[in-house]
Ligand binder design. Structure first.
Ligand code: NDP
Length: 453
């Protein structure tokens, strides 16, 4: 590690105590950027990285709400407005009990680079709450969303900050949030993305992150003159990203054999085909049940309860060619990464944000597999949100084919940027450095053009 990165990290840790996920995200980027900062002293002189690390604004607020029994609850709401050098703040909202400022700062930081890679004019942001939607009635969810938006509405806008979904925030929550925003502001604008189709949403937005992660894997495979046809794939999670990852794997001739939730995972050697995926979608999106029920219904599947005390996740210990982590951060550690490689996995395309910890990333890079980090591989979601913003501005929807073609072209272009940049900086095939430097350059140049603000 260079002295510059050491000093920078010491300062980041001192100024942002108790935010390990943020430290981890900054560390990975800073290590990659050492190459570009050595070649371009102007970025060091303008303290561009030091400025990117410091959020432009953090909004923290009280979210009080009343449940069906009349009991009062208080949650904490956040919006991290990280960087607006190349466009309005853009990034999802996460509702999960683990949410805190450090987790949202890591997500907002990653979002800055990811959004830049999409080539669309979007800055970086992220927000959410420690509210746990699991097991709550629609009415409770609606009350919470209304309470959350009752404060957030004064900080966002279609040209200022445009939130979307993330863990715990899907179509239902975006609907309630949008309704409350519209009521408070008395305007119908594209202030959120991931909207319903008949009120400003874009076709393919729900599918985009999962589809994009699979397109990215296909691009990486094409560098070896291979396709997804016949490839066995491990997928984690069972939410929005995981579901559409499985759908696209199936469409491209691969076979997905795992899915999970926070209680455990299923391994279905026969493959999660179209009908089984339809069952998962109904289970998770309508009945809001648990993955265990999959193994009750399909005898070809084995369900394994998650052991929180184990030092590895057995989901990553099956014979396969590809892995698509699509649940949450740090779900692959060094041992999991070694298990993946031992089991023949040579393509990892991250649907989730930062699903691999720093030890795991090192294992992937040292073994020179095709490793697509989340910033690049899951950028299809926000890219399609960008396309939704464009359609809202034009007040004209595009067809499914048009949006899907654009998504595919954007994923191709992100892949090409990673390849070109990694070659330019002497580390061909290193998609981590390719994505970090590729995302950084556009933001850094915009920040220099705009002066010290
Ligand atoms: P969902 O809420 O739809 O699904 C999340 C899935 O991950 C669920 O199966 C959930 O299980 C599981 N999960 C969540 N937290 C944990 C945990 N701590 N341990 C184990 N499993 C967990 O979210 P998304 O599919 O939208 O998001 C998944 C990942 O993809 C996240 O990292 C998100 O940041 C990232 N992402 C999402 C984008 C999007 O467009 N939605 C865009 C880019 C990245 P359970 O139901 O038990 O909680």
């Amino acid at each position: 590690m260079s002295q510059y990165v050491k000093d920078l990290m010491a300062e980041v840790k001192a100024k942002n105590p108790a935010e390990p996920e943020f430290h981890q995200a900054v560390q990975e980027v800073a290590d990659s950027l050492a190459l570009v900062l050595d070649r371009h002293p102007e970025y060091r002189a303008a303290k561009v990285l030091e400025r990117i690390i410091e959020p432009e604004r953090i909004i923290t607020f009280r979210v009080p709400w009343v449940d069906d029994q009349g009991e009062v609850h208080v949650n904490r709401g956040f919006r991290i407005e990280m960087n607006s050098a190349i466009g309005p703040y853009k990034g999802g909202l996460r509702f999960h009990p683990s949410v805190n400022q450090g987790i949202l700062k890591f997500l907002a930081f990653e979002q800055v680079f990811k959004n830049s890679l999409t080539t669309l004019p979007m800055g970086g942001g992220k927000g959410g709450s420690d509210f746990d939607p699991k097991g709550k009635s629609d009415l409770k969810i609606m009350r919470f969303c209304q309470a959350f938006m009752s404060e957030l509405f004064r900080h966002i806008g279609p040209d200022t900050d445009v939130p979307a979904g993330d863990i715990g925030v899907g179509g239902r929550e975006i609907g309630y949030l949008f309704g409350q925003y519209k009521k408070l502001k008395n305007e119908f604008t594209g202030v959120l993305t991931g909207k319903g189709l008949n009120w400003g949403g874009s076709l393919i937005r729900p599918e985009a992150t999962g589809y994009g992660a699979v397109y990215f894997a296909a691009e990486m495979l094409s560098t070896k003159k291979q396709t997804l046809e016949g490839k066995v794939c491990l997928v984690s999670g069972s939410g929005n990203v995981a579901q559409y990852t499985v759908e696209k794997i199936n469409q491209l001739g691969g076979k997905a054999v795992t899915l999970s939730d926070s209680n455990g995972y299923i391994y279905d050697e026969a493959g999660i085909d179209k009908d089984k995926l339809a069952f998962v979608m109904e289970l998770k999106n309508v009945r809001r049940g648990r993955m265990k029920e999959y193994a009750d219904k399909y005898k070809s599947a084995v369900y394994t309860e998650l052991n929180q005390n184990a030092d590895f996740n057995p989901l990553w210990n099956h014979k396969a060619h590809c892995a698509f982590p699509s649940a949450t951060q740090n779900e692959i550690n060094g041992k999991d990464a070694q298990n993946l490689i031992k089991n023949g996995v040579y393509v990892v395309s991250e649907g989730a944000n930062m699903p691999t910890n720093l030890d795991g990333v090192k294992v992937f890079l040292d073994s020179k597999i095709l490793y697509g980090p989340g910033k690049a591989a899951n950028a299809g979601g926000v890219a399609t949100s960008g396309l939704e913003m464009t359609q809202n501005s034009m007040r004209m929807p595009w067809t499914r084919e048009e949006v899907d073609n654009r998504l595919r072209m954007i994923m191709k272009s992100i892949h090409q940027t990673c390849v070109d940049v990694s070659e330019r900086f002497g580390v061909p095939g290193n998609y981590v450095i390719g994505a970090n430097i590729g995302g950084f350059l556009k933001v850094a140049d915009a920040m220099i053009d705009q002066g010290v603000v």
